[in-house]
Design a protein around this ligand. Structure first.
Ligand SMILES: [Zn+2]
Length: 424
């Protein structure tokens, strides 16, 4: 159903930068050719230490897929609102333990906040209500990536308002900037773990821009669309300035695919070879793709990549779109802290799924833990049929190859992180 898919998905995109274009030309979507590599990496991961009960010298960084506020979500959030105009928190409360259980939680905000005077609207040119920011914070997020192919749907005004609103909600942000100075600053978070202060740097970049909504030509610093070598350089700089762990959100790949495209894989492998980034959280395909530990990474200990986490909060499912759009993953990177520093030791995941009814006339009922639903623990409010739940569960296990699936959400191992304002 290509029409239905495109009607719900993103506008046509073009690759950012000459390097990315070169990758695209050199790659022909050799998904099959990659499967052996994935298997080797996954086998290697099996030999890694088994997950342990989290201690004070460990913590988890969670990242989620796309927050895409389609019209049906806006209508439901308006219905749910009491004092403000929109309330999204009830639509995410079903997965709050998956988010708030992490020590640091990062979202992928794929919609700009509506500039002053602009009415919120969904696809195809998004303008999100500002209420989404505080609601993301309410369910446990600490910050978001804002670099994606919709960053300039509302021009520089929307791109700036997005950062203002995130700041006001106490959320960090990475990937877009209001000034060249801000663009040069990673988003930092600090946590007290293992008897010391640990600084996590979050970088974000996009390989894609939407046709018709590119970054301003004379202000290219407003969005990061850098090469893997430049991102590696930014990570090295962050380490020089005190970061113990560097994670990166990368907006890349091809929509509605369940394995990394060649350009995506090339970019990820180049990052891993750079040896400065601990973990990569991928998004844009709107469908989940597996996790993999790539050769390289800091101290040659490997670099974990979640190729795509699919959707987080959206109005996409099998009724409109590719069936795999209904569910996404929460990727958890476990960081180990010792006297030598801190590094990502492993990555695993839990699935979330959307419950929106078969037509847009149905109320959107938010997102839920698909693992809980599949294990017969569906809250009464869930309207998904047992058949749909079973299909989605087996579908995501197939794509993720069943590996690195968590039993349950993590629990915080200490106090909440401090969000360090960029440029401070
Ligand atoms: Zn995208």
């Amino acid at each position: 159903m290509p029409d239905a898919q495109s009607a719900r998905g993103s506008a046509p995109v073009f690759l950012a930068g000459v390097l990315a274009a070169a990758f695209a030309l050199s790659g022909c979507g050799q998904a099959d050719g990659n499967s052996d590599d994935s298997g080797d990496a996954a086998d290697a991961a099996d030999e890694a230490p088994a997950p342990q009960e989290p201690g004070s010298d460990q913590f988890t960084i969670a990242a989620t897929g796309d927050v895409l506020l389609h019209d049906n979500l806006l209508e439901e959030a308006a219905e749910l609102a009491a004092e403000q105009d929109y309330s999204f928190a009830p639509l995410m409360s079903g997965v709050e333990d998956l988010i708030a259980g992490a020590d640091l939680a990062l979202c992928g905000l794929e919609v700009p906040i509506a500039p002053e005077g602009v009415e919120p609207v969904g696809y195809p040119v998004f303008a999100a209500p500002p209420e989404i920011a505080a609601d993301l914070a309410e369910v446990g997020f600490d910050g978001c990536s804002t670099a994606n192919n919709h960053s300039f749907d509302q021009g520089a005004d929307g791109q700036e308002r997005t950062l203002e609103v995130l700041d006001a909600a106490g959320l960090g942000h990475a990937g877009t900037a209001r000034t060249p100075a801000e663009a040069s600053e990673p988003q930092l978070y600090t946590l007290e773990r293992g008897g010391r202060e640990v600084t996590v740097a979050h970088l974000a970049t996009t390989m894609l821009h939407n046709q018709g909504y590119p970054p301003p030509e004379d202000e290219p610093w407003r969005v990061s669309d850098v090469s893997p070598d430049e991102l590696t350089q930014q990570a090295a700089q962050a380490r020089e300035e005190g970061a113990d762990v560097v994670v990166a959100s990368v907006h890349w790949g091809e929509e509605y695919t369940d394995a990394p495209a060649q350009a995506q894989r090339d970019y990820g492998e180049r990052l891993a070879a750079g040896g400065e980034i601990d973990a990569v959280f991928g998004s844009h395909p709107h469908t989940p793709q597996p996790m993999e530990r790539l050769e390289g990474g800091p101290a040659e200990a490997g670099m974990w990549v979640a190729w795509s986490m699919g959707n987080f909060l959206s109005n996409q499912d099998e009724a409109c779109c590719a069936p795999e759009t209904a569910s996404g993953t929460v990727a958890y990177a476990t960081v180990e802290v010792d006297d030598d520093g801190a590094r990502v030791r492993s990555m695993d995941w839990l699935p979330v799924t959307v419950d929106r009814g078969p037509t847009d006339d149905e109320p959107h009922r938010g997102i839920w833990s698909l693992r809980d639903l599949a294990e017969g623990e569906a809250p009464a409010a869930v309207e998904l049929s047992e058949r749909t739940i079973a299909d989605r569960w087996s579908g995501i296990l197939d794509v993720m190859t069943g590996r690195q699936l968590r039993e349950q959400p993590p629990s915080p191992t200490g106090d909440a992180p401090v969000v360090v304002p960029r440029g401070s």
